[in-house]
Design a protein around this ligand. Structure first.
Ligand SMILES: [Zn+2]
Length: 168
């Protein structure tokens, strides 16, 4: 992992929407005065996915976490994605929020060739939630927070429970 590369790729990246900044899992407002936890990701090898959605070039901000949704590790890791959980600061300039990576703390890191094979994702999910859905670390928190109880979600819950069993 190249920390300088992460800093370069993410510095100045816009965050939030229309001046508001919310948790990507539970929608709670996030205060910008102190460091914020982010899932970040970089494509290592995702040939099937590349055909379906636009994937980031280099490191991208994948999901912001409020205090309630903070984690201490990437769980489970996904094969094909280089992933990290980091703490970074948020800049505000004329009401526009952006990532400030001058100081960045890496909480956990997973190389691109480690972890579980990516989850199968229906195209509609990609359309609504983006490529994040192809990372188990995102999906775990997503299924914990969603009210949806449709088939793919039920399958993810089952698979995640199996993975937890396998780890023990
Ligand atoms: Zn949250």
């Amino acid at each position: 992992m190249e920390i300088q590369q992460i800093k370069r790729d993410l510095h100045g990246e816009p965050v939030g929407r229309a001046g508001s900044f919310c948790c990507d899992f539970c929608d709670a407002a996030i205060a910008i005065g102190e460091p914020v936890m982010y899932d970040i990701a970089s494509v290592d090898e995702m040939p099937n996915l590349e055909a379906l959605v636009d994937l980031p070039d280099g490191w991208a901000l994948d999901a912001a976490r409020c205090r309630e949704c903070e984690v201490d590790s990437i769980s489970p890791e996904t094969d094909g994605w280089e992933e990290a959980v980091v703490m970074l600061s948020i800049n505000e300039s004329n009401g526009v929020l952006s990532a400030d990576t001058t100081e960045i703390t890496v909480v956990d890191y997973s190389p691109g060739n480690e972890g579980t094979y990516p989850p199968p994702v229906p195209l509609a999910f990609f359309t609504q939630h983006g490529y994040s859905m192809s990372r188990w670390g995102f999906l775990r928190n997503f299924v914990e927070n969603t009210d949806l109880d449709i088939e793919p979600i039920q399958l993810y819950r089952k698979r995640l429970a199996e993975m937890d069993q396998e780890e023990r």
